[in-house]
Design a protein around this ligand. Structure first.
Ligand code: PLP
Length: 374
């Protein structure tokens, strides 16, 4: 039997979300932009989901939520859309953002933008002073994630928003809260951001759905052109069932935050304690930093992560390396490089991530299995 420890890549769909998905397909499988009664019923279900999502994210205005086709699209639309809608020439992103933010930011260079990279400390936390110095002329957007997807460190987004607004009045603050939603409050108020992006399948909703919470008066230029959906900010026929199911998962996840943190935190801690005691030299990245309860990032000196992952897979443990295999070459993670890891050290790291359905005792059992493969 597999112990699934790759919940940060995608987690199990929650039963309420699966039920909502099925139910919405049965009842609202029509184009929500149409003129007839069946379309209006679909539109009503969509707008009800929008109101629920808005309430969970602290934005009650009708245009406070933009539904997207993924977390990646939400990040792209937030960074590119806010930059293009503003009178600016630069964006700033932390060195440990997900590629969806990094590449979106760098794509703006072809429109004449400069991209400033905010460095992080060896403990994986974005440098507040760098933002406060305010050296970047005509800065339009600052994007710093609420928590990192590889090492789990929580970022001081509220403080970054405050110093960035002082140094650059009118700057738009975006936070990718994709990994944080299970355990952290991600309202506009709690994060201090103007734009918050989320991805459904990271908190137990279906894949291929995401959203952005938008603060009042923040303008977004569309990056997908076509119909007038989402108040002209994101064209494309509404994925009513996906959205309704995502919001069902959001409600369940938000209600379970304390339980989630206690359960995954306990399993994660038991796992880490057993690994560190059982494999001399194993180190937990940013162990003492403020980090998410469900992510454990561990370096096993002298062990190539790719090889260990194959052995773990055969032993029934599903985990992930932070490196991406592109055109045959394994690229060390930019996140670990930003923390000061050498390429060699980065190739010795594995991410184990726990989820809402992780069972009691799985952390310890997984650690025994991992130690058996080292
Ligand atoms: N942002 C972060 C922090 C993520 O972990 C992910 C998923 O890996 C994404 C964005 C992208 O989300 P999606 O898989 O919905 O495109």
């Amino acid at each position: 039997m597999t112990i699934y420890l790759d919940h940060a890549a995608t987690t199990t769909i929650r039963p309420v979300a699966l039920e909502a998905l099925h139910d919405a397909y049965e009842r609202f499988d029509r184009n929500a932009s149409g003129q007839h009664t069946e379309s209006r019923n679909a539109k009503n279900a969509l707008e009800e989901a929008r109101e629920q999502a808005a309430a969970l994210l602290g934005t009650s205005r009708p245009h406070g939520i933009i539904f997207t086709g993924s977390g990646t699209e939400a990040d792209n639309l937030a960074v590119i859309g806010a930059a293009l809608a503003s009178d600016s020439e630069a964006v700033a992103v932390s060195a440990i953002e997900h590629k969806a933010v990094v590449k979106a930011a760098f794509s703006l260079r072809r429109f004449g933008y400069t991209v400033d990279t905010i460095p992080v400390s060896p403990a994986g936390v974005a440098d507040l002073d760098h933002v406060a110095r305010g050296e970047i002329p005509r800065l339009g957007v600052v994007s710093v994630m609420l928590a990192n997807n590889e090492i789990g460190t929580i970022q001081p987004v509220t403080e970054i928003a405050r110093v960035a607004r002082t140094a650059h009045p009118g700057v738009v603050i975006h936070t990718d809260a994709v990994q944080a939603f299970n355990s952290n409050e991600t309202t506009l108020e709690a994060t201090g951001a103007d734009l918050v992006s989320l991805s459904s399948h990271k908190f137990g909703g279906p894949k291929g759905v995401g959203l952005i919470a938008v603060a009042p008066d923040v303008r977004i230029e569309p990056i997908i052109h076509g119909g007038e959906q989402e108040a002209g900010r994101r064209a494309g026929t509404y994925n009513v069932a996906g959205i309704v199911a995502m919001v069902a998962a959001m409600e369940a996840a938000a209600a379970d935050r304390t339980g989630f943190s206690l359960r995954t935190g306990a399993e994660r801690d038991a796992f880490e304690a057993a690994i560190v005691a059982g494999f001399p030299g194993a180190t937990v990245t940013a162990r003492h930093a403020d980090r998410l309860p469900h992510i454990s990032h561990i370096r096993f000196p002298g062990v190539l992560a790719e090889d260990l992952l194959i052995r773990l897979d055969q032993a029934g443990i599903a985990a992930a390396a932070g490196s991406a295999c592109q055109s045959g070459a394994v690229e060390p993670s930019h996140v670990l490089n930003a923390l000061g890891f050498s390429d060699e050290a980065a190739r010795e790291c594995i991410r184990f991530s726990f989820g809402w359905d992780t069972e009691q005792g799985e952390g310890w059992r997984a650690a025994r299995a991992v130690l058996g493969e080292l």
